[in-house]
Design a protein around this ligand. Structure first.
Ligand code: ATP
Ligand code: MG
Length: 362
């Protein structure tokens, strides 16, 4: 029972930890409520839980190292027991009830043009969030062609219970596809009211259960499905996928402005098919120009979430029914997609902490 250093207090530990700032939320992690269950025993052992706002947190490792280091360095601390967890906070949208009970965030993935890789990006972002430990659902709202089930190797029809649909499961994610329900091989003429009704049903009449993120793959452009979705539920926001060509980017930016006009928060711009790595020489070829989407995002004041290479593996894996982030996690494309998913999750966290706008009443 001899020489023990000075006793450390909880206040001192919190004070030291408050030096850690969350780069996205712009505040210290203590005032954000991320430090939980702080206990200091007689022997100077400090244990606490670091609760992130998303399991896909891009700075998770940095936070962990810093927190451990800062507390270990305190005089009187003999050991640090640090647990990292995550708790996705629901969207702040001014409503008390979530739009879909149990679903914390609805994130749309859209594009201006078709064929830019929107579905590929949507399934891989969803799978990345799931791999990080989040509970994820995927809604294929593309009425023109249900490509998502094929990309995930799913062919079944969902069952119905109590007049509600039970989602299918793929790679740990819940999945519903509008096109698939309508009959994948039938050419359907979708008229406005039919689209609206279908979208509303897919959101409300499905047993989604508890989800951190529901990712919605929209049809390209700004048609009925996009409009309905933006109006039927409070979306946490939309991520727009574009390709680097000037013309494609212009259309993507138009779509972004339209969603802004509908009060949908832009979560960011993603550039797909950004560069190509030559199998022979290993050199990176920027076929269309470089950095155009990033510059456009800056100009518009929307986050730039990152770029994805044009990589045969991405297509091959999708054709075989697997997201590349699951089946080829070490590939350049998969790593780019994981990083973008982390950046997206960080932008979603920012939305949860957004405060009500100050309204000046004169
Ligand atoms: N980064 C990439 N590298 C290689 N192939 C890709 C990449 N992104 C998408 N693809 C391939 O390009 C094709 C079109 O992609 P996808 O179906 O995801 O586009 P989309 O924008 O959803 O199209 P649509 O408008 O038809 O819905 C697919 O064959 C897909 O595998
Ligand atoms: Mg698609």
């Amino acid at each position: 029972m001899s020489s023990r250093g000075p006793r450390v207090s909880k206040e001192q530990v919190l004070d030291v930890l408050s030096a850690i700032k969350d780069p996205d939320l712009g505040r210290d992690v203590v005032s954000l409520g991320m430090i939980k269950d702080l206990v200091i025993d007689q022997a100077g052992r400090v244990s606490f839980t670091f609760e992130l706002t998303t399991p896909a947190c891009p700075v998770r490792d940095r936070f962990q190292t810093l927190a451990r280091q800062l507390v270990s360095d305190m005089p009187g601390v003999t050991a640090v027991d640090l647990k990292m967890t995550a708790n996705v906070r629901p969207a702040f949208n001014g409503h008390r009830e979530p739009a879909i009970p149990g679903v914390k965030h609805v994130i749309a993935v859209g594009s201006g043009k078709g064929g830019v890789g929107k579905s590929t990006v949507a399934i891989n972002l969803a799978a990345s969030l799931q791999l990080s430990g989040a509970r994820v659902g995927l809604l294929d709202a593309d009425i023109y062609g249900p490509s998502v089930p094929g990309m995930l190797g799913v062919t079944d029809q969902p069952q119905v219970r109590d007049q509600r649909l039970i989602p299918l499961e793929a790679y740990g994610m819940k999945l519903i596809s509008i096109g698939l329900l309508a009959g994948a091989d039938k050419a359907m003429v979708w008229r406005g009211p039919l689209v609206s009704r279908a979208i509303e049903q897919m959101l409300g009449d499905v047993f989604w259960g508890e989800l951190d993120y529901l990712v919605v793959d929209l049809p390209p452009g700004t048609g009925d499905a996009s409009l309905t979705l933006a109006q039927a539920v409070p979306l946490t926001g939309i991520a727009i996928v574009c390709t680097p060509q000037e013309s494609a980017l212009k259309i993507a930016l138009k779509a972004l402005q339209m969603f802004r006009g509908l009060n949908v928060t832009p979560l960011g711009l993603i550039e797909n098919m950004s560069w190509f790595v030559c199998d022979d020489c290993g050199k990176e070829h920027f076929i269309f120009d470089h950095g155009r989407a990033e510059r456009a995002a800056q100009r518009l004041g929307v986050p730039y979430l990152g770029a994805i290479p044009l990589e045969p593996t991405i297509r091959e894996e999708a054709d075989n029914g697997a997201p590349v982030v699951v089946s080829r996690p070490d590939s350049t494309g998969a790593q780019a997609l994981r990083k973008i998913a982390a950046a997206l999750a960080a932008r979603v966290s920012v939305q949860s902490f957004r405060q009500l706008p100050v309204i000046n009443v004169r």
